[in-house]
Design a protein around this ligand. Structure first.
Ligand code: UDP
Length: 365
């Protein structure tokens, strides 16, 4: 065995683990099938703008330990995510807050908003929300659900809101104050200079091979390492032998535009069904850029198929049950650890990825 650890996937999870392992004196080899490191947090400089190539990533956490940890690898700016939602000809602030409600009903005070929402909720008589639709309706009432949630969610997940788990919508704050901050977390920002630098710093001094498919690699190099950290799709590791888990993929249409400010905000969501993309990201606004040009990405959500990039695990009952079966198989692979959004089949945010990777490192090392 040449290494203590082979890490499959140079994304955030793999990089944190690699960094910790090296710190403990372990020898590590990292491989990735893409031609670059950083997985889905990869950013690429185009026209002086750090473009989030695999979708917008905004770092946020309430955990001081994780915030301090990530700040070792980059300095963060003071970006606060405050998306705009466009529904037909109407424009609203997100997340759901007094700015949204005052625009929707031409009201001003929290009690006016509460009165309207509570009336809408009481007409529905939902006692225990069983799915995303019921959860959203019982939280925000009919108007907010129909204009800002239903279309967007069904586009993003390709499923009816009644077939989706309630927890997805619980990610979004709902408040009766004039606060457009999308997150409730204490710490938030974008790493100055982009995310790729964070992962590069974590991997400093560690051999990394890109353009390497693990399936091919293991055939040719069965004895590379004592232990393996696999951060790819858990079902692919087992050659889909129990069936394929479902994922959502995203296609990005990225354009460089000859104007300095296209939409005035980093994130604009299109919440109606009829517009085929879910949102437009204008990357420069994550870093308050003043470049003469701008780069925008339209996001089109689709069902994942072999050959596409998987982004979101579909954590409904059916898929969670299948994942549990794969976990049983995984337990027999004594020398392999499964981790990350794909290995753990979990809708993780970046801070949770770091937490999980540090916990694994703690146990393992
Ligand atoms: N969501 C919504 N309307 C919006 C934005 C989000 O209904 O304008 C819901 C939708 O169900 C989505 C979930 O909130 O799947 C989580 O959205 P978030 O922006 O957190 O997703 P991510 O940034 O991870 O893609």
């Amino acid at each position: 065995m040449k290494y203590d650890y082979l890490i499959v996937g140079a994304g955030l999870y793999g990089a944190v683990f690699a960094y910790e392992a090296k710190k403990k004196g372990k020898s590590v080899l990292v491989i990735d099938k893409r031609n670059h490191v950083a997985g889905n947090i990869y950013t690429k400089n185009i026209e002086g703008i750090n473009v989030h190539q695999y979708g917008a990533h905004i770092f946020h956490t309430s955990d001081k330990k994780i915030w301090d940890y990530v700040n070792q690898f980059a300095e963060f700016n003071h970006y606060i995510n405050s998306p705009i939602a466009i529904y037909k000809s109407e424009l609203y602030n997100l997340p759901f807050n007094m700015n949204t409600f005052s625009k929707m009903w031409n009201i001003r005070t929290p009690w006016q908003a509460k009165e309207i929402i509570e009336k809408q909720i009481s007409e529905l008589a939902i006692t225990e929300p069983k799915n995303l639709e019921e959860q959203a309706l019982s939280l925000a009432g009919k108007d907010v659900y129909e204009k800002l949630i239903k279309g967007y969610t069904e586009k993003q997940w390709g499923r009816n809101c009644r077939e989706l788990p309630a927890f997805i919508i619980k990610r979004l704050p709902f408040r009766y104050t004039y606060d457009n901050n999308y997150f409730n977390d204490r710490f938030q920002g974008i790493p100055i200079g982009g995310y790729t630098g964070i992962v590069e710093k974590m991997l400093e001094g560690i051999p990394v091979l890109t353009n390497i498919d693990y399936g091919e690699f293991r055939k040719k190099n069965p004895d590379t390492a004592e232990r393996i950290l696999f951060t790819g799709m858990i079902d692919s590791y087992f050659d889909y032998r129990l069936g394929a888990l479902e994922y959502r993929s995203v296609r990005f249409e990225t354009e460089v535009l000859d104007c300095d400010n296209y939409q005035g905000n980093a994130v604009v969501n299109y919440t109606e069904r009829e517009i085929p993309y879910t949102r437009i990201i204008e990357h420069k606004h994550f870093e308050f850029g003043h470049q003469p040009k701008t780069v925008i990405s339209r996001e089109y959500s689709s069902e994942w198929k072999v050959g596409m990039e998987p982004y979101y695990p579909v954590n409904d009952e059916k898929n969670n049950a299948l994942f549990a079966k794969y976990q049983e198989l995984a337990e027999n692979e004594k020398h392999v650890i499964f981790g990350g959004r794909l290995g753990n089949y979990k809708y993780y945010d970046m801070d949770k990825v770091i937490t999980a990777a540090l916990e694994t490192a703690e146990k393992e090392l």
